[in-house]
Design a protein around this ligand. Structure first.
Ligand SMILES: Nc1ncnc2c1ncn2[C@@H]1O[C@H](COP(=O)(O)OP(=O)(O)OP(=O)(O)O)[C@@H](O)[C@H]1O
Ligand SMILES: [Mg+2]
Length: 235
Protein backbone atom coordinates (compact mmCIF):
# COMPACT_ATOMS: atom_id res chain seq x y z
CA UNK A 1 0.00 0.00 0.00
CA UNK A 2 1.17 3.49 -0.86
CA UNK A 3 0.13 6.48 1.22
CA UNK A 4 0.67 10.10 0.31
CA UNK A 5 0.29 12.31 3.37
CA UNK A 6 -0.11 16.09 3.38
CA UNK A 7 2.09 16.44 0.32
CA UNK A 8 2.98 19.94 -0.83
CA UNK A 9 5.24 21.13 -3.61
CA UNK A 10 6.08 24.78 -4.28
CA UNK A 11 8.65 26.51 -6.45
CA UNK A 12 9.90 30.05 -6.57
CA UNK A 13 9.11 31.89 -9.79
CA UNK A 14 10.04 35.56 -10.28
CA UNK A 15 10.64 35.84 -6.49
CA UNK A 16 7.08 34.62 -5.87
CA UNK A 17 6.08 31.32 -4.27
CA UNK A 18 4.11 29.16 -6.68
CA UNK A 19 2.15 26.27 -5.16
CA UNK A 20 2.04 23.35 -7.58
CA UNK A 21 0.72 20.57 -5.32
CA UNK A 22 -1.42 21.47 -2.32
CA UNK A 23 -2.02 19.14 0.62
CA UNK A 24 -2.39 15.92 -1.36
CA UNK A 25 -3.66 12.96 0.68
CA UNK A 26 -4.13 9.67 -1.18
CA UNK A 27 -4.10 5.94 -0.47
CA UNK A 28 -3.25 3.43 -3.19
CA UNK A 29 -4.04 -0.21 -2.48
CA UNK A 30 -2.27 -3.26 -3.91
CA UNK A 31 -3.76 -5.04 -6.88
CA UNK A 32 -5.62 -1.99 -8.15
CA UNK A 33 -5.36 0.20 -11.23
CA UNK A 34 -5.60 3.92 -10.48
CA UNK A 35 -6.03 6.54 -13.17
CA UNK A 36 -5.16 10.16 -12.38
CA UNK A 37 -6.75 12.69 -14.69
CA UNK A 38 -7.23 16.46 -14.81
CA UNK A 39 -6.55 19.44 -17.00
CA UNK A 40 -3.13 20.35 -18.42
CA UNK A 41 -0.91 21.76 -15.72
CA UNK A 42 -2.98 20.37 -12.82
CA UNK A 43 0.06 18.62 -11.33
CA UNK A 44 -0.29 15.00 -12.45
CA UNK A 45 3.25 14.47 -13.77
CA UNK A 46 4.73 16.38 -10.83
CA UNK A 47 2.95 14.05 -8.39
CA UNK A 48 4.37 10.94 -10.09
CA UNK A 49 7.86 12.48 -10.26
CA UNK A 50 7.73 13.21 -6.51
CA UNK A 51 6.70 9.61 -5.79
CA UNK A 52 9.67 8.42 -7.93
CA UNK A 53 12.04 10.91 -6.27
CA UNK A 54 12.85 12.82 -9.49
CA UNK A 55 11.36 15.99 -7.95
CA UNK A 56 11.79 16.75 -4.25
CA UNK A 57 8.62 17.50 -2.26
CA UNK A 58 8.42 20.68 -0.17
CA UNK A 59 6.65 18.90 2.70
CA UNK A 60 4.65 15.78 3.48
CA UNK A 61 5.30 12.06 3.46
CA UNK A 62 5.33 9.17 0.99
CA UNK A 63 4.86 5.85 2.76
CA UNK A 64 5.23 2.53 0.93
CA UNK A 65 4.19 -0.59 2.86
CA UNK A 66 4.62 1.25 6.16
CA UNK A 67 8.05 2.68 5.33
CA UNK A 68 8.59 6.42 4.83
CA UNK A 69 10.44 6.57 1.49
CA UNK A 70 10.28 10.39 1.17
CA UNK A 71 14.01 10.85 1.63
CA UNK A 72 15.27 7.92 -0.44
CA UNK A 73 17.10 8.48 -3.74
CA UNK A 74 15.61 7.47 -7.11
CA UNK A 75 17.89 4.41 -7.18
CA UNK A 76 16.82 3.32 -3.70
CA UNK A 77 13.16 3.76 -4.66
CA UNK A 78 13.83 1.74 -7.83
CA UNK A 79 15.25 -1.08 -5.71
CA UNK A 80 12.05 -1.05 -3.68
CA UNK A 81 10.14 -1.82 -6.89
CA UNK A 82 9.02 1.67 -7.91
CA UNK A 83 9.04 2.37 -11.64
CA UNK A 84 8.07 5.54 -13.54
CA UNK A 85 7.53 5.72 -17.31
CA UNK A 86 7.97 9.33 -18.46
CA UNK A 87 5.37 11.36 -20.38
CA UNK A 88 8.21 12.17 -22.79
CA UNK A 89 10.38 9.04 -22.81
CA UNK A 90 14.06 9.57 -22.19
CA UNK A 91 16.79 8.17 -24.41
CA UNK A 92 20.01 6.63 -23.13
CA UNK A 93 23.13 7.16 -25.18
CA UNK A 94 24.97 3.92 -25.89
CA UNK A 95 22.36 1.66 -24.29
CA UNK A 96 20.48 -0.95 -26.31
CA UNK A 97 16.90 -2.13 -25.75
CA UNK A 98 18.28 -5.48 -24.57
CA UNK A 99 20.50 -3.77 -21.96
CA UNK A 100 17.59 -1.70 -20.63
CA UNK A 101 15.41 -4.78 -20.13
CA UNK A 102 18.28 -6.72 -18.50
CA UNK A 103 19.00 -3.82 -16.12
CA UNK A 104 15.28 -3.47 -15.29
CA UNK A 105 14.95 -7.16 -14.43
CA UNK A 106 18.39 -7.48 -12.81
CA UNK A 107 19.12 -10.52 -14.99
CA UNK A 108 20.07 -11.43 -18.54
CA UNK A 109 17.21 -12.43 -20.81
CA UNK A 110 17.50 -14.92 -23.66
CA UNK A 111 15.81 -14.25 -27.01
CA UNK A 112 12.66 -16.14 -26.11
CA UNK A 113 12.25 -14.17 -22.84
CA UNK A 114 12.83 -10.90 -24.73
CA UNK A 115 10.27 -12.04 -27.28
CA UNK A 116 7.77 -12.76 -24.52
CA UNK A 117 8.15 -9.28 -23.00
CA UNK A 118 8.36 -7.25 -26.22
CA UNK A 119 5.46 -9.05 -27.90
CA UNK A 120 3.24 -7.89 -25.01
CA UNK A 121 3.89 -4.33 -26.14
CA UNK A 122 3.49 -5.18 -29.82
CA UNK A 123 7.19 -5.20 -30.76
CA UNK A 124 9.13 -8.01 -32.39
CA UNK A 125 12.21 -8.80 -30.29
CA UNK A 126 14.40 -9.64 -33.30
CA UNK A 127 13.84 -6.16 -34.73
CA UNK A 128 14.41 -4.27 -31.50
CA UNK A 129 16.75 -5.89 -28.98
CA UNK A 130 19.87 -4.54 -30.67
CA UNK A 131 18.46 -1.09 -31.41
CA UNK A 132 20.05 1.77 -29.48
CA UNK A 133 17.78 3.80 -27.19
CA UNK A 134 18.32 6.99 -29.12
CA UNK A 135 16.24 9.47 -31.03
CA UNK A 136 16.17 7.20 -34.08
CA UNK A 137 13.40 5.28 -32.33
CA UNK A 138 10.00 6.83 -32.89
CA UNK A 139 8.06 8.36 -29.99
CA UNK A 140 5.60 5.46 -30.04
CA UNK A 141 8.39 2.86 -30.09
CA UNK A 142 10.03 4.53 -27.08
CA UNK A 143 6.70 4.56 -25.22
CA UNK A 144 6.28 0.83 -25.88
CA UNK A 145 9.84 0.09 -24.73
CA UNK A 146 9.09 1.96 -21.48
CA UNK A 147 6.05 -0.27 -20.98
CA UNK A 148 8.25 -3.31 -21.67
CA UNK A 149 10.73 -2.07 -19.08
CA UNK A 150 7.99 -2.05 -16.42
CA UNK A 151 6.98 -5.61 -17.41
CA UNK A 152 10.61 -6.79 -17.18
CA UNK A 153 11.03 -5.18 -13.77
CA UNK A 154 7.82 -6.61 -12.33
CA UNK A 155 7.95 -4.06 -9.51
CA UNK A 156 5.37 -3.38 -6.86
CA UNK A 157 4.50 0.18 -7.92
CA UNK A 158 4.33 0.97 -11.63
CA UNK A 159 3.53 4.50 -12.78
CA UNK A 160 2.82 5.43 -16.39
CA UNK A 161 2.50 9.02 -17.55
CA UNK A 162 0.09 9.15 -20.51
CA UNK A 163 1.19 5.71 -21.81
CA UNK A 164 -1.18 5.93 -24.76
CA UNK A 165 0.14 9.29 -25.98
CA UNK A 166 1.69 8.98 -29.38
CA UNK A 167 0.97 5.32 -29.85
CA UNK A 168 -1.46 3.98 -32.36
CA UNK A 169 -4.73 2.18 -31.81
CA UNK A 170 -2.89 -1.02 -30.89
CA UNK A 171 -2.26 0.37 -27.43
CA UNK A 172 -5.91 0.75 -26.58
CA UNK A 173 -6.64 -2.85 -27.55
CA UNK A 174 -3.73 -4.20 -25.55
CA UNK A 175 -3.12 -1.85 -22.64
CA UNK A 176 -5.77 -3.59 -20.55
CA UNK A 177 -4.09 -6.98 -20.80
CA UNK A 178 -0.72 -5.33 -20.31
CA UNK A 179 -1.90 -3.76 -17.05
CA UNK A 180 -3.33 -7.16 -16.07
CA UNK A 181 0.21 -8.52 -16.34
CA UNK A 182 1.25 -6.04 -13.66
CA UNK A 183 -1.51 -7.10 -11.25
CA UNK A 184 -0.41 -7.81 -7.72
CA UNK A 185 1.23 -4.46 -7.27
CA UNK A 186 -0.11 -0.93 -7.59
CA UNK A 187 -0.52 0.56 -11.06
CA UNK A 188 -0.95 4.33 -11.40
CA UNK A 189 -1.67 5.73 -14.85
CA UNK A 190 -1.97 9.39 -15.78
CA UNK A 191 -4.35 9.77 -18.69
CA UNK A 192 -6.86 12.03 -20.41
CA UNK A 193 -8.30 9.19 -22.48
CA UNK A 194 -11.77 7.85 -21.76
CA UNK A 195 -10.76 4.37 -22.90
CA UNK A 196 -8.07 4.29 -20.22
CA UNK A 197 -10.41 5.81 -17.61
CA UNK A 198 -12.86 2.99 -18.41
CA UNK A 199 -10.44 0.30 -17.20
CA UNK A 200 -9.63 2.05 -13.90
CA UNK A 201 -10.58 0.57 -10.54
CA UNK A 202 -10.30 4.06 -9.07
CA UNK A 203 -10.14 7.50 -10.68
CA UNK A 204 -8.56 10.58 -9.09
CA UNK A 205 -9.28 14.05 -10.48
CA UNK A 206 -6.64 16.72 -9.93
CA UNK A 207 -7.32 20.39 -10.47
CA UNK A 208 -4.88 23.22 -9.81
CA UNK A 209 -2.69 20.99 -7.66
CA UNK A 210 -5.47 19.59 -5.51
CA UNK A 211 -7.47 16.36 -5.42
CA UNK A 212 -10.99 17.56 -6.19
CA UNK A 213 -12.76 14.22 -6.72
CA UNK A 214 -11.93 10.56 -6.33
CA UNK A 215 -13.85 7.31 -6.29
CA UNK A 216 -14.55 4.04 -8.05
CA UNK A 217 -14.04 4.03 -11.82
CA UNK A 218 -17.73 3.56 -12.60
CA UNK A 219 -18.97 6.28 -10.28
CA UNK A 220 -16.34 8.77 -11.38
CA UNK A 221 -16.90 8.08 -15.07
CA UNK A 222 -20.57 8.93 -14.83
CA UNK A 223 -19.72 12.10 -12.90
CA UNK A 224 -17.02 13.07 -15.40
CA UNK A 225 -19.29 12.22 -18.34
CA UNK A 226 -21.84 14.87 -17.60
CA UNK A 227 -19.57 17.45 -16.14
CA UNK A 228 -18.89 20.74 -17.85
CA UNK A 229 -15.36 22.01 -18.44
CA UNK A 230 -15.78 24.19 -15.37
CA UNK A 231 -16.46 21.23 -13.12
CA UNK A 232 -13.37 19.43 -14.41
CA UNK A 233 -11.43 22.39 -13.10
CA UNK A 234 -13.12 21.86 -9.73
CA UNK A 235 -15.32 24.92 -9.88
N1 LIG B 1 10.04 23.59 -11.63
C1 LIG B 1 8.94 24.27 -11.97
N2 LIG B 1 8.93 25.62 -12.00
C2 LIG B 1 7.81 26.31 -12.34
N3 LIG B 1 6.64 25.71 -12.64
C3 LIG B 1 6.61 24.38 -12.63
C4 LIG B 1 7.73 23.57 -12.29
N4 LIG B 1 7.38 22.26 -12.37
C5 LIG B 1 6.10 22.24 -12.73
N5 LIG B 1 5.62 23.50 -12.90
C6 LIG B 1 4.25 23.88 -13.26
O1 LIG B 1 3.39 23.12 -12.44
C7 LIG B 1 2.20 22.80 -13.13
C8 LIG B 1 1.96 21.30 -13.11
O2 LIG B 1 2.83 20.67 -14.05
P1 LIG B 1 2.66 19.15 -14.44
O3 LIG B 1 3.71 18.82 -15.45
O4 LIG B 1 2.65 18.32 -13.19
O5 LIG B 1 1.19 19.15 -15.08
P2 LIG B 1 0.35 17.95 -15.70
O6 LIG B 1 -0.91 17.83 -14.92
O7 LIG B 1 1.19 16.73 -15.84
O8 LIG B 1 -0.02 18.54 -17.16
P3 LIG B 1 -0.18 17.83 -18.59
O9 LIG B 1 -1.56 17.24 -18.64
O10 LIG B 1 -0.03 18.98 -19.57
O11 LIG B 1 0.92 16.82 -18.76
C9 LIG B 1 2.34 23.42 -14.52
O12 LIG B 1 1.69 24.65 -14.54
C10 LIG B 1 3.85 23.56 -14.68
O13 LIG B 1 4.16 24.61 -15.56
MG1 LIG C 1 1.94 15.70 -17.46
Amino acid sequence: MLKIKNLNYSVEENSMKKDILKDINLTFEDNKLYVITGHNGSGKSTLLKIIMGIVQKSSGQIVLDGEDISNLSITERGRKGICYAFQQPVTFKGLKVKDLLDIAAGQNHNLSQMCDILSKVGLCAKDYINRFLDDKLSGGELKRIELAQALARGGKLNMFDEPEAGIDLWSFENLTSLFDNLKGGITIVVSHQKRILEIADEIILLSDGQVVMQGSGKKMLSLLDDKSCGRLRGN
